[in-house]
Write a protein that binds this ligand. Structure first.
Ligand SMILES: Nc1ncnc2c1ncn2[C@@H]1O[C@H](COP(=O)(O)OP(=O)(O)OP(=O)(O)O)[C@@H](O)[C@H]1O
Length: 247
């Protein structure tokens, strides 16, 4: 089996700070791959370099064997890579349903939805199916900005899945979410992984969430990979316990 994502020797510095110092890992088809590490260990910088949000200084990124190093986020989206951000990216004044339609339109390369009120453009059924899967039916026609933070987070995640991506990168899906909604996000990601057979990369500080959700986990410390392994291997790793989990 060939990896979906292959990151090799990725590097990114901000002046004297080596935010990402030669990170390599692979994500296999259908795998949920977690990324953990202390604040400032380079997780988001690594993500943004993989996703073309920022330009890496060195290293390469391959998607299904093809070199995608340096492609911009729109090109990546059209090649089947979805993402969520640490901060919400929903359009507050648009309805939940229209947010989902716009996300799919962007994948198809039309800016129509951003420029005008989106019509259905054949994507309404798909948006409705996603709304049902994410249990958002009761708020589907409300402006996304009027929803609770946790519900907006669900909309944000649903938007990433509207393009039927092979690979989705989720940056802290639980951050700021009321604990009562965290279980819902967990169940959804498990279900999406099973039904859509996509691969996910998940940055998350919630240890129970990440340990239960992920097949393998990478630990980053000071811009480098300290360990990659199954949750049990990571829990038992002495270096990881000393540097991170034991705190
Ligand atoms: N735009 C930037 N300019 C300068 N330094 C930056 C910038 N972005 C990140 N850094 C620095 O790079 C290092 C890695 O930051 P990064 O946000 O990638 O870590 P992180 O592991 O995602 O942290 P957190 O868990 O807090 O989100 C930190 O020292 C941070 O201060």
């Amino acid at each position: 089996m060939n990896p979906v994502l292959q990151v090799s020797e990725l590097q990114k510095a901000y002046g004297a700070i080596q935010a990402v110092g030669g990170v390599s890992f692979e994500v296999m088809p259908g795998e949920i791959f977690g990324v953990i590490g202390p604040n400032g260990s380079g997780k988001t910088t690594m993500f943004n370099s993989v996703l073309g949000q920022i330009k890496a200084d060195a290293g390469s990124v391959r998607l299904n064997g093809q070199d995608i190093t340096g492609l911009d986020p729109r090109e990546l989206n059209q090649r089947g890579v979805g993402r969520t951000f640490q901060t919400l990216q929903v359009f507050g004044k648009m309805s939940v349903r229209d947010n989902l339609i716009v996300a799919a339109q962007e994948h198809e390369g039309t800016m129509f939805g951003r420029l005008f009120q989106p019509g259905d453009s054949g994507l309404g059924d798909k948006a409705d199916a996603m709304i049902d899967q994410f249990r958002l039916r009761h708020v589907a026609h409300k402006p996304a900005g009027s929803l609770s933070y946790g519900q907006q987070k669900l909309v944000d995640i649903a938007m990433a899945f509207m393009s039927d991506p092979d690979l989705v990168l989720l940056d802290e899906p639980c951050a700021g979410v009321n604990p009562s909604l965290v279980g819902g996000i967990f169940d959804l990601l498990k279900e999406l992984n099973k039904t859509r057979k996509g691969s996910f990369v998940v940055i998350e500080h919630n240890m129970d969430f990440v340990m239960d959700l992920c097949h393998r986990i990478m630990v980053m410390v000071e811009g480098k990979v300290m360990a990659i392994g199954t949750p049990d291997e990571i829990r038992a790793n002495k270096d990881v316990l000393d540097a991170y989990l034991g705190n």
